[in-house]
Design a binder for this molecule. Sequence first.
Ligand SMILES: [Mg+2]
Length: 348
Amino acid sequence: MVPMRFPLGTSAARMTAAPLLLVDLETKEGVVGRSYLFCYRESGARAIAEVMKEAAGLIDGMPVAPAGLGELLGRRYALLGVTGVVRMALAAIDIASWDALAVAANMPLATFLGGSLEPIRAYNSDGLGMMSAKEAADEAVKLLEPGFDAVKLRLGHPNPATDLDVTKAVRAAIGESVELMVDYNQALTVPDAIRRGLDLRDMNIYWLEEQIRHNDLQGYAAIASELTTPIQLGENLDGPEAVYDAVAAKAADYLMLDVARIGGVSGWLRGAAIAAARGVPVSSHLFPEISVHLLAATPTVHWLEYTSWADSILEEPLQISNGYLTPPNKPGLGLQWSKEGIERCRAD
Ligand SMILES: [Mg+2]
């Protein structure tokens, strides 16, 4: 349970500590592949760990070949359902497998996947939860301090007028040149989303994110047809097949992939290919240390969502330079656990 520098209240839940689950995949050759998951709730971390232990037993001794391992585990868990807790457990194994391969090849995962170590534009998503106009304005300015020129604000207050007041205060505090994204975390109905989108039309909003239930693709298409501000969704897309459905439904202008829900590195590559086939820009959701490598290999790379949540359990946290992040030039993902940080945050 890693304390968060900026507690985050969304329209769905309020968090002050990030439940992270760390994974080491050890091979007979002595190569260690690593991954981590952000589990939303502590109970989620415990449930995912339970599934992961069993899944690890099913592949013990097999070659590190993520495509085949994914097929095998997908079959074993098909009747329970490869979604939610199971999806995240299998994704963590997939990510650690790819990390082990890239470590063995002595290449950063980004270049192992065919990308390059180029800087990727990032927005600071550390804070700016649901809060008063004054608090949001002050926090937005703080979030620019590490050099960012883009931030994301959570909205979906019960009263639409509050959303507008908070947005105006943040825009006034950060100025016109800073990009401002807005996330509703599925709080609204279709008519309400259209109304609130129109309310914000003069606020130079970069994207409006997840206004309604994440899988109401027709609802999103209806909203998109009424608004000129681009629509963003995707953190809840469950596997590459869901990316296909979202693209086919023209549900959003932009898509963001979550490496855990999309099915690890393997799922990301397939999802990114589907988005690229229709030229849809792809951003990342959380996991900046992993996402930075995946975006580097994504044809329609757009924005990286930055959070500092894993910083205190890492020996070398990601470095931000003028609002950009670059995949570290180290083997694999470059994740090295900080023993001291882990001891401080252990939940068991
Ligand atoms: Mg979101």
